[in-house]
Design a protein. Structure first.
Length: 332
């Protein structure tokens, strides 16, 4: 038996199993294959959209990346077990003719073993090869079951992601629009009540991005359904209220700041394996602020406070990485 070929096959199978388990069951981010594949595909798609203006391209990345990831898992496991069963002449034979299988026939044998179809025209050799065939079948069954379960979980998380985006967009079309809508009472109690109800969903969706990192690559081309745009506008509007209205009641300020904290936690999840902060803090135009007499903080100081927030560099990176423009998400 060629130890090197068999060892290479086992290492490849082990790498795929580790990646699949890390990605689907650990709830702590993507495995090495998933992370590398997602970053590569998204980098290429984002570059093509910016250079060629293909607006619908990013929206198709998520579904096809999911299918591609499952295909890569199955393909690499297939290749790994083929290397194992190609490492010795007696590993696979044809019982009717008594001849040993050639490389293509071994590939066929491994394929139907992994899918547990069990045609039987080729069988594993005696002893350890029979045990390895059982392990290969179990590996295939485990991987396919894991993949189907993962896809169903991702689809469920996508629905929650879209629901959260739509719920936030009902508050207003821009940060200034959200502030202006809730400023009539002057104390923003209704805004505090509304966002306090969204806080649990923000935390849940953030943890889903950690548990199912492929969610990063599901892009909504319509801004009114895009979660990055919705979260960005919500964050900026709450920051404007908290820094622009010094006379907020303690209860209202607590609710608004706790929602800001939930939004910062969402960014922390993305920073784990998806985002790198922008090198420079973004500039905010005074014209983007709400034109209201309720702002107690002078506009110049408010702009300075907003621009100095450390999270603004992450928001800039998040918006750009999802294919949006910084100015466009401030304005309608």
């Amino acid at each position: 038996m060629s130890t090197f070929i068999a060892s290479s096959g086992f290492l490849l199978v082990g790498l795929v199993i580790y990646d699949a388990v890390k990605t689907t069951l650990s709830a702590t981010g993507a495995g090495p294959i998933t992370g590398w594949l997602g970053r590569l595909v998204w980098f290429v798609a984002l570059g093509l959209q910016r250079r060629l203006g293909w607006k619908g391209l990013l929206g198709s990345v998520g579904p096809w990346l999911t299918v591609g990831l499952i295909t890569v898992w199955i393909g690499l496991v297939w290749l790994g077990w083929w290397l194992v069963f190609s490492s010795h002449e007696v590993a696979v034979f044809h019982p009717a003719s008594g001849t040993y299988a050639n490389p293509v026939e071994r590939l066929y044998f491994v394929g139907y073993t992994l899918t547990t179809l069990g045609y039987g025209d080729f069988v594993a050799g005696t002893g350890k090869w029979q045990v390895l065939a059982v392990l290969a079948a179990a590996n295939g069954f485990f991987l396919l079951t894991l993949a189907v379960t993962y896809i169903l979980s991702v689809m469920s998380a996508l629905v929650q992601k879209r629901q959260l985006a739509l719920s936030i967009h009902t508050l207003g079309p821009t940060p200034a629009g959200i502030v202006s809508r809730f400023e009539e009472s002057g104390n923003f109690e209704e805004l505090a009540r509304q966002v306090d109800g969204l806080k649990a969903s923000i935390i849940t969706v953030g943890q889903q991005h950690l548990a199912y990192p492929i969610l990063h690559y599901y892009h909504q081309p319509a801004p009114d359904q895009a979660l990055p745009v919705a979260l960005f506008r919500l964050y900026q509007s709450l920051a404007i209220v908290c820094y622009g209205h010094e006379s907020l009641s303690p209860s209202v300020r607590f609710q608004l700041e706790s929602t800001l904290h939930a939004l910062n936690d969402f960014l922390a999840v993305l920073e784990h394996d998806f985002l790198q902060p922008a090198r420079q803090a973004p500039r905010i135009d005074a014209a983007w602020l709400p034109a209201t007499a309720f702002l107690e903080t002078p506009p110049e100081r408010l702009l300075q406070d907003l621009e100095q927030l450390e999270s603004q560099r992450l928001w800039l990176a998040f918006i750009r990485k999802d294919g949006w423009d910084w100015k466009a998400v401030w304005c309608r």
